[in-house]
Design a binder for this molecule. Structure first.
Ligand code: CIR
Length: 253
């Protein structure tokens, strides 16, 4: 169960956020509204939520998941692969000190974005992507092992991040889309396979017994419910326009 969460209010500059395809500019006011519903949902699920102020200089800074890994034993500040996101880590150390004594750091030339890290208890899957390189993943693995945890590297071909295509829903269950349907290490789990046209919904988010699912993906929602999970539907359309999903909007620990 998670106790704490940290989110960052979207900056107006999110309209210039990184994106892999052009599906229109986010509507800032709507993004703010969706973010505040998201935050209220985390609170409803029992989390104590810290809301950090917007960072105008960093358009993607609301995707706070990418800049830290918060485990039971330590926190790790990452080293984003996207150059425009590197400065997002600056203010984090002081924030994390409010929760952790043990704070580590990934350093260049290592790069890691936590969208590439999926947690299964004390084990972590680390995607090797355009944003997370082998050097960064190896630094992360050394830190995790030093703290009594383990990790496995998973190569990625097409997706932005590992969790763009696979989510751990607890109870040994994974939600899996696209290229990860073939990934050997995921075959030992009970897998819910996401249809191609609903691939975005692979980034659904387990929090304290419920699964948050993005609005507009009825087939995936139904499959998750049939597997025995209660769902909560949230509209994150404005974050999707800049490749963001439900998990990227918070740190949870
Ligand atoms: C980026 O490209 O970095 C942002 N526009 C989206 C980040 C999404 N983060 C995530 O999936 N963890």
């Amino acid at each position: 169960m998670f106790k704490y969460s940290i989110v960052r209010t979207p900056a107006w500059s999110i309209i210039n956020g990184l994106r892999s395809s052009d599906t229109g500019q986010p509507d800032y006011m709507l993004a703010l509204e969706q973010h505040s519903t998201y935050t209220a949902t985390l609170k409803r699920l029992g989390l104590e939520v810290k809301i950090l102020p917007p960072l105008e200089k960093y358009p993607d800074s609301t995707f706070i998941e990418d800049v830290a890994l918060c485990t039971k034993k330590c926190a790790v500040i990452t080293s984003p692969g996207a150059e425009s996101r590197r400065g997002e880590t600056e203010s984090l150390y002081t924030v994390l000190l409010g929760y952790y004594k043990n704070i580590e750091k990934i350093t260049l030339p290592g790069t890691v974005e936590t969208g590439d890290i999926m947690m299964d208890g004390d084990h972590f899957f680390i995607g090797i992507s355009k944003r997370t390189n082998i050097e960064g993943a190896d630094q992360m693995i050394r830190i995790l092992e030093k703290n009594g945890m383990t990790a496995t590297k998973v190569p990625l071909k097409n997706m932005l991040h590992l969790k763009s295509g696979v989510s751990f829903l607890e109870n040994n269950t994974l939600l899996v889309a696209g290229e990860f349907k073939q990934t050997e290490v995921f075959k030992k789990f009970k897998r819910i396979l996401v249809d191609e046209e609903e691939s975005y919904a692979a980034n659904s988010l387990w929090i304290n017994g419920k699964v948050l699912v993005p609005e507009g993906f009825p087939k995936t929602r139904k499959k998750i419910e049939s597997a025995g999970f209660e769902t909560i539907i949230l509209d994150v359309s404005e974050f999707r326009k800049v490749d963001g999903g439900l998990s990227c909007l918070s740190l949870r620990f």
